[in-house]
Design a protein around this ligand. Sequence first.
Ligand code: SF4
Length: 135
Amino acid sequence: MEHTSELVEIGKIIHENSYIRKRREVTLEGIKIDFFEAKKGIIHEVKKSKSFDESHIWQLKYYLYYFKQYGIELEGILDYPKLKKRERIVLTDDDLLKIKAILNHIEEITSLKNLPKVINKPFCKKCSYYEFCYC
Ligand code: SF4
């Protein structure tokens, strides 16, 4: 049911967006797209930061993967307004394998009986799970 209703929602968004040039913020289960150009088949992720990070690429690649699961092939663009730069992102076959492996690994972690140990890395402070791990 969830798969079907999500597909209906995606179809609706694509249909609605065929008549307008761009739509800001599209929220679907687990993902939030900054803006979507339906006619061109491009989703945009806007980064306010002044620095490039590899995690930005993988976030967008995950969005492309997400749509591909519903048979929708899209491209992505990472926008860095402060840097005045854009980067085109595509999903390769290798990326698909890597994302599937990461998702499997996440499932392994979430099915553990005990929480994994904290890793004490600088990026922990920016992690969404910081409070679970350190508070
Ligand atoms: S804060 Fe995030 S990155 Fe750091 S240990 Fe916890 S889950 Fe891992």
